[in-house]
Design a protein around this ligand. Structure first.
Ligand code: ADP
Length: 410
């Protein structure tokens, strides 16, 4: 069975084609800079074929047309025709409160995705366009939506409520939703397999550290709390997002700096975080680490603030779960930066009784592959687990298809 995974964003459509019998990645790529000058298709297939070329597409519908074309192309293609694709799994950021799992896309689901656009205006409208485009170009395939919020549907009310008047939750659904759920779920499963332990017996803290950063307490395979909230702005400090903030700062900026909605939105989402604190003109951690290495004080303090916040959340989630069996690092920074992992864990070795102790050599050698990096004296496992959201979407899509297949409905 062949499943195509589509992640349609504001200016790009990413795709991966899986053969599910052995979960082999047959092809993958991106149509990037959609709607801008220099729109490009970058593509590779499992036979070693690589293609990079300028394409002329105006929107996601045309981008998915390009994807359908290259997958079936005589020279670069890996399938005979679009009908070889049984299902398309779409990443959708927000499913609100009603959707708590992956679903086959029907009209009612589309309505919910559209409605949730007010909660995720930067993502849901584009995810929706990807679905419509895929219905057009792969009409014979079942369309499935896999949500970033769904994994966090298990967070209990006391953890998802804010200390605001209850009516704001009741009427306006202002609450913690949490994001990056596809990744947190994926690495939790991978960690349990690696540890050879049932997921439902484990207390995990998963740290997804990329451009966007979030951290989740996963107890018995279920998210019980996570750092991103009503929007992906809350929680950890990120590449260019501020994370946790005293909300009165916003009031101050309005009253004393005369900043309006647009400026404050830009400030908090695009000019803050590592970018804003380090102030070296880059949000890329590699640039900030090299500025720190050459003695730039602000770059140094940006890194310290970043890791200190992660450590505080680890402490909070140990308290929330009454312990922890493993701390998991994932995504661009979590998988690739020994310095950040070391700085996060520094001081945790003194945590009473728990003993969270990193092994410096294993940490240095532990990049970009599934493995453990704790010292033999550590009671808590510390893992690097590469995330793979496309694979997780394909797996969840397959799980939805299996009962249909048994009934001969695919
Ligand atoms: P996104 O959230 O956009 O998917 P990624 O998961 O790709 O982001 O992570 C991007 C971040 O990972 C950037 O801050 C980048 O600097 C960081 N990163 C990637 N490789 C390294 C590395 N070798 N060392 C330190 N940071 C890295």
């Amino acid at each position: 069975m062949i499943i195509l995974v589509i992640n349609a964003g504001s200016s790009s459509v990413k795709f991966t084609l899986f053969r599910m019998e052995d979960e082999a990645e047959l092809a993958s790529g991106i149509v990037g800079r959609i709607g801008l000058a220099g729109t490009r298709l970058n593509y590779k297939n499992f036979k070693g074929g690589n293609l990079g070329k300028e394409v002329f597409v105006a929107d996601a519908v045309e981008a998915v047309g390009i994807i359908a074309g290259v997958l079936t192309d005589d020279r670069y293609g890996v399938i005979d025709g679009e009908k070889d694709i049984t299902a398309v799994g779409h990443r959708v950021v927000h499913g609100g409160e009603k959707i708590t799992d992956s679903v086959i896309i029907e009209d009612s689901v589309k309505e919910i995705i559209k409605k949730c656009s007010t909660l995720a205006p930067l993502h849901n409208p584009h995810n929706f366009k990807g679905i419509e485009a895929s219905e057009r170009h792969f009409p014979g395939a079942l369309q499935v939506a896999v949500f970033d919020t769904a994994f966090h549907a298990t967070i209990p009310e006391h953890a998802f409520l804010y200390g605001l008047p209850y009516r704001l939750y009741h009427q306006d659904r202002i609450r913690r939703y949490g994001f990056h759920g596809i990744s947190h779920k994926h690495v939790s499963g991978e960690a349990a397999r690696f540890l050879d332990m049932p997921l439902d017996a484990l207390k995990l803290i998963t740290c997804h550290l990329g451009n966007g950063c979030s951290i989740t307490a996963v107890e018995g395979g279920k998210s019980i709390d996570t750092s991103m909230g009503f929007t992906p702005l809350e929680g950890l400090m990120m590449g260019s997002r501020c994370g946790d903030l005293d909300p009165a700062i916003v009031l101050f900026l309005m009253e004393h700096k005369q900043l309006g909605y647009k400026e404050i939105n830009e400030l908090l989402n695009k000019q803050s975080g590592l970018l804003g604190v380090a102030d070296i003109g880059s949000s890329d951690l590699r640039d900030i680490l090299s500025a720190k290495a050459s003695g730039n004080h602000q770059a140094g303090i940006a890194v310290k603030t970043f890791t200190y916040r992660i450590k505080k959340y680890i402490g909070a989630y140990i308290a929330a779960m009454g312990g922890v069996d493993a701390i998991v690092f994932t995504a661009g920074i979590g998988e690739n930066s020994p310095i950040i992992r070391e700085s996060v864990c520094d001081g945790l070795q003194r945590t009473n009784g728990l003993k969270i102790i990193l092994d410096p050599e294993k940490n240095k050698a532990g990049n970009n592959k599934l493995g453990e990096i704790q010292s033999c004296l550590s009671r808590v496992k510390i893992l690097v687990v590469p995330t793979n959201e496309a694979r997780e979407i394909a797996q969840q899509t397959l799980q939805l298809l299996q009962p249909l297949e048994k009934n001969g409905m695919t």
